[in-house]
Design a protein around this ligand. Structure first.
Ligand SMILES: C[S@@+](CC[C@H](N)C(=O)[O-])C[C@H]1O[C@@H](n2cnc3c(N)ncnc32)[C@H](O)[C@@H]1O
Length: 219
């Protein structure tokens, strides 16, 4: 069981039923064909949104509960989604490359070394013209001060609660710099919209969102 299994088992759409607004904004870019990869796909809100438009999506996520929730829906609707119940670190694609990679809300859950490995994997799994859509938490998050004071520091702006949760907060322009060789089609750092998870209290996050296109000639 992962920490997310605990969150997902009682709430079918813990992160909401709607796709992320960044994905909606760039959905036309993904309809050109090819296969998308949703890393940390969770309960499938983003992948299913694309699949319902006929876009093929591979999902990677270690949550067994998410797997049990996503698969019945996918099989019932005969959608072009494949779910790989594992961490991205051990995932080996059976396709040459992905035309788009989604990384929604994953980076804040990862220690620094895993974020670096994630960016490296994305570089290897894409070709020129490929698209990356990513969101993460920033140091402007209202929860940053308390987490940095009460959780154990495990890296730069990165903390562990000792019970399985990690929080890593990106600094200004950090996400842009991670994809420095890519063309930034869109980049926004802001206080995100108020929302809640299940019956939890409403709250907001310091959020960065970026859309990056791999440049011609890049490897
Ligand atoms: C905050 S949730 C976001 C879920 C989804 N992307 C969304 O926007 O609704 C983060 C997800 O990342 C998954 N995750 C955590 N570590 C992972 C890893 N190393 N590889 C792949 N997925 C991971 C968790 O299981 C969880 O479902």
């Amino acid at each position: 069981m992962t920490v997310f299994d605990d969150l997902y088992k009682d709430v079918i759409d813990y992160f909401g039923a709607e796709p992320d607004s960044l994905l909606v904004r760039f959905q036309r870019e993904l309809s050109a064909g090819g296969r998308a990869l949703d890393i940390g796909a969770g309960q499938g809100r983003n992948a299913l949104f694309l699949a319902r438009q006929g876009i093929a999506v591979d999902c990677v996520d270690p949550s067994e509960v998410a797997e049990e929730q996503v698969w019945p829906c996918v099989l019932g609707d005969d959608l072009p989604v494949r779910f790989f119940p594992q961490r991205f670190e051990t995932f080996v694609p059976d396709v040459d490359y992905y035309s788009a990679v989604l990384v929604f809300g994953l980076m804040q859950e990862l220690p620094r070394a895993s974020i670096a490995a994630l960016v490296e994997r994305i570089e290897g799994w894409t070709r020129p013209g490929g698209l990356v859509l990513a969101t993460a938490f920033t140091t402007a998050d209202p929860g940053f001060e308390e987490v940095s004071r009460t959780w154990k520091e495990i890296g730069k702006n990165s903390f562990s609660d000792g019970a399985g949760f990690v929080r890593t907060f990106l600094e200004k322009n950090e996400l842009r710099n991670m994809f420095g060789g890519w063309e930034a089609l869109h980049y926004l750092e802001e206080l995100g919209p108020e929302h809640s998870h299940g019956v939890g209290a409403p709250h907001r996050h310091g959020r960065v969102e970026g859309a990056f296109r791999k440049r011609p000639g890049a490897v």
